[in-house]
Design a protein around this ligand. Structure first.
Ligand code: FAD
Length: 534
């Protein structure tokens, strides 16, 4: 019997951080999406465990940051070991001591949470928003037509189904089947010829306050990081930097030694390279061997198919950028799909996805490769700088950026940059124009005074006003003009907002970047029209 194709607006392939984030964003916009995952369960490992400040802002907007903060912890201090003796502590991220409070940056520090837990929390949020992951279902092929994509899916029992979607998003990781199917080449290479082992395992008697480092271990550096939300540690061990014959592939040369990912092999690596006895090493939950690679897809779009996350770019783990960049891809694409599918924006809006995200991915690859090659885990060579926090990344040269204020000071906030947070310490008055605001999950404001923080009370800061799937217009130190349905508008006079933004009219995109900055209300209709808001 032939089944009729399943119809959906967006088919998302792969339920890693990219697919889950995109599915959450589409669900709150009321866009119908099908999220399929070839594995029978979500990924079980800790690998991408650092959530950068910008990612925390995204998760706050999507409504899962409270859970992320409750489950995670700040980065511990690193502790070097040699000959069974502690040698001294150092910081992987930031300067020693608490981060300096800044009213424009609510979450100044990277937050640690194992990737499997982040994915679980995204999945829980997706369910709250009415979505689901279809597990055990793999995309095996696709065909594109002028008005749709038809994808072939193979389900758990080998059953084949066809899905017809307006758009397809490849969130299927570095080996992306979709990317190959649409013929987008990826250019790149190895960052490091030495293989590495990553694993999560139980360890007795190792304190959980520090991230432990054996920089001069026989066979190569080894790190053990206590994972929040669990009793386990994440192991990272570099291979091929010295003899460790018991783990070398039979007959392999020393610098081609392959890590043994069996539970015994993982425990043996730790016992051989550290002072920890094998009897202290318990269950291995997950293990994986890899060679750090860097690669960038030539294009992020082919017709109705978009590449996002590791399907579009792969990084060295140094600098903790991969998962974070992937989440930002999804966040950039989600609202654009929503504006086209729900608000009638011109499809040209979708071209801006590649134009905005490809240069960012190239930049991030450069940072993580440089950090990796700086090497020297023990010497603090992995130490990260502010560029890894992703707060400074923006779309200043992007196609959706219009800076129309003449004579700006050198250090002025400009269109294209992240719209900073600020306490509402000036006077704030707002209107929400809710009529066409379908799918909004957060509180909205109406009438004369801003109220908008997930429906639970008064807005206290700008991010409360931005939260949700809508576009926001800020009139800073000037009158708020009339706005189309669906656009939230707020007049704010004085306070930190006026100091940081300067006077003017600002269109804040749903993903929190300044689209238009102007003094002239006549610029607004044309700009908002490009987003489907008339
Ligand atoms: C050792 C290691 C350490 C890392 N550390 C960090 C870090 O500290 N910080 C950081 O930000 N990042 C880190 N990363 C990178 C991070 O893990 C990835 O960037 C992130 O997982 C990418 O998410 P994704 O959703 O794009 O892809 P993935 O997580 O790879 O998810 C893709 C999903 O698609 C599914 N899939 C594949 N093919 C199909 C198909 N045909 N049909 C259906 N489903 C399919 C897969 O099963 C998988 O679940 C690390 C990576 C590694 C390997």
């Amino acid at each position: 019997m032939t089944h009729a194709p399943i119809r959906t607006e967006v088919l998302v392939v792969g339920a890693g951080p990219t697919g889950l984030t995109l599915a959450c964003d589409l669900a709150r916009r009321g866009v119908s999406a099908l999220l399929v995952e070839q594995a029978g369960a979500l990924f079980p490992g800790s690998r991408g465990k650092g959530l950068q400040p910008r990612t925390q802002e995204v998760f706050e907007d999507l409504g899962l940051l409270t859970a992320v903060h409750a489950a995670g912890r700040p980065y511990p201090r690193m502790l070097n070991w040699e000959d069974g003796e502690p040698q001294g502590e150092w910081d992987l991220v930031g300067d020693p001591g608490p981060a300096v409070p800044d009213p424009t940056v609510p979450f100044p520090s990277v937050w640690m949470l194992p990737q499997w837990r982040t994915q679980e929390l995204l999945h829980e949020r997706l369910r709250e928003l009415g979505g689901e992951v279809v597990l055990g279902t793999a995309l095996s092929g696709l065909d594109q037509f002028p008005d749709r994509v038809e994808a072939r899916l193979t389900g758990p029992e080998g059953a084949e189904r066809t899905v017809s979607a307006r758009y397809l998003v490849a969130a299927d990781g570095g080996r992306s089947t979709v990317r190959r199917a649409v013929g987008i080449p990826m250019a790149g290479g190895q960052v490091d010829p030495r293989p590495a082992l990553v694993a999560d395992l139980e360890i007795d008697g190792l304190d959980r306050r520090n991230w432990h480092v054996w920089p001069k271990a026989p066979g190569g550096p080894l790190l053990l990081c206590p994972l929040p939300s669990t009793t386990a540690f994440q192991l990272f061990a570099q291979f091929g930097t010295g003899g460790e014959p018991e783990n070398a592939a039979a007959g392999g040369a020393e610098n081609e030694a392959e890590p043994d990912t069996s539970p015994e092999g993982v425990r043996r690596t730790v016992a051989t390279r550290t002072h920890l006895p094998e009897s202290a090493l318990g269950r291995v939950h997950w293990a994986s061997g890899f060679r750090p690679r860097t690669a960038l897809a030539e294009r992020f779009r082919e017709g109705r198919v978009f590449l996002a996350g590791d399907a579009a770019h792969m990084h060295s783990p140094a600098g903790g950028q991969g998962l974070n960049t992937s989440v930002q891809d999804a966040y950039n694409l989600g609202w654009k799909l929503g504006q086209v599918l729900r608000h009638g924006a011109d499809e040209a809006l979708l071209d801006s996805y590649e134009e905005e995200r490809l240069p960012i991915a190239a930049d991030v690859l450069e940072i993580s490769t440089r950090l990796h090659r700086a090497g020297g885990v023990g010497a603090g060579g992995l130490r990260r700088g502010p560029r890894t926090e992703q707060l400074g990344l923006g779309y200043e040269d992007g196609p959706l950026t219009v800076e129309a204020r003449p004579g700006l000071a050198e250090d002025a906030l400009r269109a294209g940059e992240r719209a900073p947070d600020a306490p509402l310490d000036g006077t704030a008055n707002g209107t929400a124009n809710d009529a066409a605001d379908s799918g909004a999950d957060s509180g909205t404001s109406s009438g004369a005074t801003s109220t908008a923080d997930s429906g639970t009370g008064e807005a206290r800061r700008l991010f409360d006003l931005f939260r949700g799937p809508h576009v926001t217009v800020l009139a800073v130190g000037r009158a708020l003009p009339g706005l189309p349905a669906g656009v939230h508008g707020h007049r704010i006079d004085g306070g930190v907002t006026e100091r940081v933004y300067g006077p003017g009219l600002f269109v804040v995109r749903p993903d929190g970047y300044l689209g238009l900055a102007t003094h002239d209300p006549a610029d607004l209709p044309g700009y908002l029209g490009r987003l489907g808001l008339r």
